[in-house]
Design a protein around this ligand. Sequence first.
Ligand SMILES: NC(=O)c1ccc[n+]([C@@H]2O[C@H](COP(=O)([O-])OP(=O)(O)OC[C@H]3O[C@@H](n4cnc5c(N)ncnc54)[C@H](O)[C@@H]3O)[C@@H](O)[C@H]2O)c1
Length: 339
Amino acid sequence: MTDYRHALIGCGRVAANHVDGFGRVPGWVLATACDREPHVKEFAREHGIATAAQDVEEVFADPGITSVSIAVDHVQHGPLVERALVAGKHVLVEKPLCLDPAQARQLVALAAERGLVLSTVAQHRYDPVVRAVRQWVGRGLLGRLVFASATLQARREPDYYTGSYWRGTRRGEGGSALINQGYHCLDAVRWICGDLTTTAAVRTAGVLGGVIETEDTLSGLLSASGVPVTLNVTVASSVEWRTRIEIVGELGSVVFDLDHPGRLRRWDGSAELVRLAERESSRGLAEEPPGTSYYGTSHRRQIADFCRSVAGGGPMLSSPADSVGTLETILSLYALSSR
Ligand SMILES: NC(=O)c1ccc[n+]([C@@H]2O[C@H](COP(=O)([O-])OP(=O)(O)OC[C@H]3O[C@@H](n4cnc5c(N)ncnc54)[C@H](O)[C@@H]3O)[C@@H](O)[C@H]2O)c1
């Protein structure tokens, strides 16, 4: 029996992850695909979605739709999330929640006021490795943290930007290497180490500067309760996609990446940490990613958590306020640098 009817707004690169995730939850159906471009009809047909809509207002006006995914360009997140909440829909919005922290806080308050679930996609928080490392840090298995570092090396060709109406534009994307590709590395470190304050940042567009208004590279110096955190993100390297996160403590350290399937690479420390790390590293994840491989498979975990929460199962693992903090950190790194 179907109890919940979901709609997907925006049928582009990340859409497959939402189709896959909602398709796996018993009692839920992805009833409507919405995209302002005509390709929505083919998208709906291909994925067996009953309704194809080109106007979001049709989705918001449909009383049978319980909830929506919003997977469009960044500048439209804020207005569409607000519109959806006002229409009484639970909302799963792709990262970032929006481009303005004050608006982000208003959206979180609006969702709470209306008793609706609002969640920003941060799927790597649901990666088993990230959850395990967060737990080990929380239990003090690494001792006092000494430093953390997060790196993303990615490559984006000029046509990735020139073929898009929003990528690489200040208005549509609000930044590039950090707010788009680097978002997850920063968010994962924040999730593990705690709130971040920013000290310095440098951003450049040395490679893609002729193509984009935004940055292709950003390095930041931050701290988590006094613990130094370094961040280096680029979309101008020779490697298509490679992340590396290192958490170093007085009593132990771990190195892992967010690439599919999410791997613990190295570890050192107490017998207990080594035992847990060996177990985690041998578990692996024999899962096929539904879309682009490095988006991973954890959209399905976050979507399952979203559905559980909509069905009255209590708060999600990660609260909407968490994504406001990540947005504030990103904007603060932009404010500390200039391009
Ligand atoms: N979590 C992840 O790992 C991940 C991965 C990729 C993208 N994303 C995020 O997903 C979002 C979308 O990215 P994408 O790469 O899929 O973008 P995209 O450009 O490939 O797709 C966006 C789609 O939205 C449609 N659209 C725009 N405005 C619309 C409107 N008002 N009504 C209906 N349709 C509209 C466009 O026609 C387009 O088809 C962004 O926020 C991006 O940062 C997240």
